[in-house]
Design a protein around this ligand. Structure first.
Ligand code: 13P
Length: 333
């Protein structure tokens, strides 16, 4: 059995897209589903008809569900919701090869532990070297990438040699990979931007205009940076692809689940209804709660996340939340 270049775990939008783009780029890649039934269904359809209808699987894209095979890949991409990443990693742990690089593709903060995804992975995969565990994050609207449009992403690993290895295995002519050693910064950029995307969707849904939306996104970025720095991230990481870059894409994209959810809330839908209609995970909902807890721990002010929390979980109207944000004590930028 030839060692896989890349194993992609998770058959959602993003996992499927990553597998597609890497297979098209000539990598030896396999997409791992939950079970044999799911794999058989994907195989028979020749595409992921639920998330990416019409994007046919290239002949060199493998499909499997045995994680023992995934555990031996050079790079393992975990493209599962942040809620399930720990249990997926625990399944992977026993067969992991010593030099495998494991990257989280989920953008969230774990409930309870308030850990970033790579911190969760490091625990679940112990004693695998911390330098080989990181994240892949950037302005990566899956549907666009699956359609063959060009994009960039950031591999965050504290071990630079591992970073170079992952970079060369994940780069294709349509996916340009950058490296960062600021793992926590890249991860928090990806996770916290979902909160801002929810709010940007609310701005859109309320028809507040581009000035208000720009202000909201920019002040959101200030909150992301503030909390990130408290957790040891480099502030400039938030001005990069995994921060500002992802904010721009997500707050504008008609595809973004978080932005769409915000739009639905602004039109008066309840959170339950809007989530049911979405039918997918919008990570920003949970991250609004976890980021607030983290901010409290570190004594950081997050007025935008606070207001969103009240809208999401306490029944506050988006209109009132917007007014309250406008009428906060005057602040210097
Ligand atoms: P959504 O989860 O809002 O769809 O955003 C995807 C994303 O993270 C783009 O980079």
């Amino acid at each position: 059995n030839q060692r896989l270049d890349v194993a992609v775990i998770g058959t959602g939008n993003w996992g499927t897209t990553l597998a597609l783009v890497l297979a098209r780029g000539g990598r030896n890649v396999t997409l791992f589903g939950r079970n044999q039934a799911e794999v058989a269904q994907l195989q028979a359809a020749g595409e992921n008809s639920r998330f990416l209808p019409g994007q046919r699987f290239p002949a060199n894209l493998g499909l499997a569900c045995d994680l023992a095979l995934a555990a031996q890949a050079q790079v393992i991409l975990l493209a599962v919701p942040s809620k399930t990443i720990r249990s997926n990693a625990l399944q992977l742990a026993p067969q992991l090869v010593a030099d495998s690089i494991i990257l989280s593709c989920a953008k969230g903060i774990e409930s309870g532990s308030l850990e970033t995804m790579s911190e969760v992975l490091a625990e679940a995969l112990a004693p695998h070297p911390r330098g080989l565990i990181g994240a892949l994050s950037g302005p990566n609207i899956a549907n666009e990438i699956a359609q063959g449009l060009p994009a960039t992403s950031v591999v965050a690993l504290s071990d630079d040699q591992a970073g170079q290895r992952a970079q060369s295995l994940l780069t294709t002519n349509l996916l340009r990979i950058y490296r960062s050693s600021d793992v926590v910064g890249v991860e928090l950029g990806g996770a916290l931007k979902n909160i801002v995307a929810l709010g940007a969707g609310i701005c859109d849904g309320m028809g507040l205009g581009d000035n208000a939306k720009a202000a909201f996104i920019t002040r959101g970025l200030a909150e992301m940076t503030r909390l990130g720095m408290a957790r040891g991230a480099h502030p400039l990481t938030f001005a990069g692809l995994a921060g500002l870059g992802d904010l721009i894409a997500t707050c504008a994209s008609p595809h973004s689940r978080n932005r769409r959810l915000g739009e639905a809330l602004a039109r008066g839908q309840s959170l339950e209804m809007a989530l049911a209609q979405l039918g997918q995970v919008a990570e920003g909902v949970n991250t609004t709660a976890t980021a607030r807890q983290l901010a409290e721990q570190y004594g950081v002010e997050l007025p935008i996340a606070d207001e969103l929390y009240r809208v999401l979980f306490e029944g506050k109207s988006p209109q009132q939340a917007g007014l309250d944000l406008m009428q906060r004590d005057p602040k210097n930028e």
